[in-house]
Ligand binder design. Structure first.
Ligand code: SAM
Ligand code: DTB
Ligand code: SF4
Length: 326
């Protein structure tokens, strides 16, 4: 009899063995873990808003917003607090319970823009939504200021394995990433951190990424599993997106490794059929992005999502349910 305890002492080989299990057995175990810790049908609904778009100094090979690639993205300076309020109200009306603001920054700087972001956080929180931000690297003081403004979660993805990281990004290190996550954790923020499949990584890299996430103590409260959205003009423009089987396998493994976390079927969902998405939910996904746009690319259609929710009996997880640190 398998026990479903929350562990942080996973061994690399255990993770590899899990990841390589026959797929049906893996999915069924993940589904059992999922039922044990979560209410089936409750899915966290997050809406993204790019609050500062393009012009980023980093060289992330997948990204539409790096200055280094000609991607045709419409550059936009930091939005006003009022624009953000309106977007958050719309997101809430459409059924979102978490609002996530993304800025194309390498790191937060202590300036007027950051003051404005703090005001955005207070405003969105005032609407009764969970608030997440993804702003690049943070100092411990900045993390503290975000927490005091009412931020719920900080998103900062590890993206891939440490070994493969410098094939994708050269302008910062894996250790930089982990430091920011630690600063956010120390400030009492919950963590949202995961990866991208389809960067050209090997199976070993996916296993390493899952191992790194699953040995964080506490586990990240949310773990986005993104499929690469290939962006024309970037070095990864011609990469084949991952298959649904790779997505399901990764989601199921993450569910077993991090039983209490929200596993998000994140970017790339719009390419999956309703049945493929249903399989991801069976395998343990219980979070998604809702709304027409991700940061710079289209997301699943809202009407399609409403139909999918009705068919599968999905309802949004209420805001602030189980958002205490893991
Ligand atoms: N600039 C900040 C940073 O990189 O931490 C925050 C914004 S950044 C766009 C947030 C995350 O979006 C990245 O870490 C990456 O995981 C994901 N992302 C960006 N472009 C993507 C793409 N084309 N396909 C899939 N995921 C992507
Ligand atoms: C995450 O893991 N995925 C989101 C969010 N966190 C910030 C971003 C997806 C971006 C997809 C490409 C784009 O729209 O530019
Ligand atoms: Fe900049 Fe973030 Fe895009 Fe990297 S992922 S280029 S840091 S916006």
């Amino acid at each position: 009899m398998e026990s479903f305890s929350v562990r942080h002492d996973w061994q690399r080989e255990e993770v590899a063995t899990l990841y390589r299990r026959p797929l049906l057995a893996l999915i069924q175990e993940a589904a059992a873990v999922h039922r044990y810790y979560h209410t089936p049908g409750q899915v966290q609904t997050c809406t993204l808003l790019s609050i500062k778009t393009g012009g980023c100094s980093e060289d992330c090979a997948y990204c539409a917003q790096s200055v280094r690639y000609q991607t045709g993205v419409q550059v936009h300076k930091l939005l006003s607090v009022e624009e953000v309020r309106q977007a958050a109200e719309q997101a809430k009306a459409a059924g979102a319970t978490r609002f996530c603001m993304g800025a194309a920054w390498r790191a937060v700087r202590d300036n007027r823009d950051f003051e404005r972001v703090l005001e955005m956080v207070r405003t969105v929180r005032g609407l009764g939504l969970e608030v997440c931000a993804t702003l690049g690297m943070l100092t411990p003081q900045q993390a503290q200021a975000l927490k005091e403004a009412g931020l719920t979660a900080y998103n900062h993805n590890l993206d891939t394995s440490e070994a493969y990281y410098n094939q994708v990004i050269t302008t910062r290190t894996y250790a930089d990433r982990l430091h920011t996550l630690q600063a956010a954790r120390d400030a009492g923020l919950t963590l949202c951190t995961g990866g991208i499949l389809g960067l050209g990584e090997r199976e070993e890299d996916r296993i390493d990424l899952l191992y790194t996430l699953a040995t964080l103590n506490p586990h990240p409260e949310s773990v986005p599993i993104n499929a690469l959205v290939p962006i024309e003009g970037t070095p990864l423009q011609d990469r084949e997106p991952p298959t649904v089987w790779e997505m399901v396998r990764t989601i199921a493994t993450a569910r077993i490794l991090m039983p209490k976390s929200k596993i998000r079927l994140a970017a790339g969902r719009e390419r999956l059929s309703p049945v493929e998405q249903a399989l991801c939910f069976v395998a343990g996904a219980n979070s998604l992005f809702l709304g027409e746009k991700l940061l710079t690319t289209p997301n699943a259609d809202l009407a399609d999502d409403q139909a999918l929710f009705a068919t599968l009996g999905i309802e949004p997880l209420p805001a602030f349910a189980e958002t205490l640190p893991n």
